[in-house]
Write a protein that binds this ligand. Structure first.
Ligand code: ASP
Length: 440
């Protein structure tokens, strides 16, 4: 027996911002019978400067908390939903839902509950419009007491529930705590819901529909007109997302990666574009590098000590001091008698003096310093393994632009090269590396 293809489709806020967008979404879903499980976000911006429903809901929650009149903001929210229902011309009476939410707000409902209603209501409309069953995410997504996703329980309960439903809409962004209260993921978390659903139904593909035709090779605010990546592996994506590249929520990779399900980033406004495929592994690599991303705001703690290389436990003592201060490190470039630890500057706040003192007493270094204003750039690509001279090319690009490299680090997996430059050189360095590898 040939097993049937199943696709999970997640639509972002801009894909469902108004009735016209809902129509595009319905056309996409109905175009393929295998698009059986739909995960919507809350309505996003309809035009630049517009408000996202989630932001308005947070605003409403804050107003209620301060004891202010919530009605003006609340009607802005309800009117957007009523407008969508009216324009779609469907039977979907949300009055009772809004009365309930308003009263919950006035009775001090939790922040996450209030925010989650954006997705909940959008899913109600979409299920009515598509004629698909509505399944509340609170019944199938579970968090632990610590507020972390309970992946196994979720997968078990959701798989059992979804097998009973041929076509369903499951709101994104939230689930429930052990005591039954609503908890949301962090912002953009509907991507995670889509991934969880894809794993639970053993989907063949997780389509993530947004307003761009794929994942760009570099940040378009820095590099002019960067190319779209056609295929990227989970590991490469993880490296790029960690370094600040957005499109997909960082945590959305894990559930599908676990199950080896590919993700396809697609554009709701241009559905014929192929988009970006995110896959477990790929032999296809048109260029040596897949993408470049980076972040500012790092600091380097440098310790020097003669004969450091032969002193047992030196590194452990340094890292222990940081661990006791709750500071994780990003990179650890070292020489024979020097050790540098690169950390996020924000984590040092209020702890600098103490850390320096503790490091001095624990390791007795000859010199020690903390330097700020460092930017990290990750040049990522599975093509590096088989290409010679990639590091030389990166260094060459930076040198030609008259930029000083503060650190360079190539992981032994040969998937990425990380370089550190001054914050002030960040944009220039990124553009230089991009044009060194990608010709127009
Ligand atoms: N609506 C939520 C947000 O704006 C979640 C999502 O869109 O994924 O962050």
């Amino acid at each position: 027996m040939v097993s049937e293809t199943v696709k999970v489709v997640k639509f972002g806020g801009s894909s469902l911002a108004d009735a016209n967008q809902f129509k595009k979404v319905a056309d996409i879903v109905k175009a393929e019978k295998c698009r059986r499980y739909v995960v919507p976000s809350a309505p996003g911006k309809r035009f630049p400067g517009d408000d996202k429903i989630t932001d308005l809901l947070y605003g409403c929650y804050e107003a209620a908390k301060r004891g202010e009149n919530i009605d003006p903001l609340f009607s802005t929210i309800s009117n957007r939903y009523f407008g969508i229902v009216k324009e779609l011309g469907i039977e979907c009476d949300l009055t009772g839902e809004f009365d309930y939410i308003r009263s919950a707000l006035l009775h001090h409902a939790g922040r996450d509950y209030v925010a989650s209603r954006g997705e909940y209501l959008n899913a109600k409309i979409l299920s009515a419009y598509l004629g698909f069953e509505f399944i509340d995410a609170g019944e199938v997504i579970f968090f632990t007491e610590k507020g972390e996703l309970d992946g196994e329980k979720t997968n078990e309960v959701m798989a059992k529930r979804l097998i009973q439903s041929r076509y369903a809409v499951i709101p994104g962004f939230y689930g429930s705590m052990p005591n039954g209260t609503v908890k949301t993921f962090s912002r953009g978390g509907s991507d995670i819901t889509g991934s969880i659903v894809a794993r639970a139904v053993c989907a063949d593909l997780y389509e993530n529909w947004t307003d761009v035709s794929g994942f760009l090779m570099a940040d378009p605010r820095i590099v002019e007109n960067p190319k779209i990546i056609d295929t990227i592996t989970y590991r490469e994506l993880r490296e790029l997302s960690y370094m600040g590249a957005t499109v997909l929520h960082e945590d959305a990779i894990f559930p599908v990666r676990f199950a080896g399900i590919p993700i396809n980033i697609k554009n709701t406004n241009s559905p014929e574009d192929v988009g970006t495929m995110i896959v477990p592994t790929s032999d296809k690599n048109d260029s040596i590098i897949t993408g470049i991303a980076g972040k500012k705001g790092f600091s380097v703690i440098t310790l020097e000590k003669d004969m450091m290389n032969s002193e047992l436990g030196f590194g452990r003592r340094v890292l222990e001091v940081l661990e006791n201060e709750n500071i994780s490190f990003e990179h650890l470039p070292s020489g024979i008698d020097t050790m540098s630890v690169i950390v996020n500057t924000a984590l040092l706040e209020g702890k600098r003096e103490r850390i320096l003192n503790e490091l001095c007493s624990e390791t007795l270094p000859d010199t020690i310093s903390i330097d700020d204003n460092l930017a990290l750039i990750a040049v990522v690509g599975r093509g590096m393994i088989s290409a010679k001279g990639t590091a030389a090319k990166v260094i060459n690009a930076i040198a030609k632009s008259d930029i000083n490299i503060k650190m360079i680090d190539q992981g032994s997996c040969e998937l990425n090269i990380i370089i550190a430059v001054s914050d002030g050189d960040f944009e220039k360095a990124l553009c230089a590396i991009y044009s060194e590898f990608i010709d127009d």
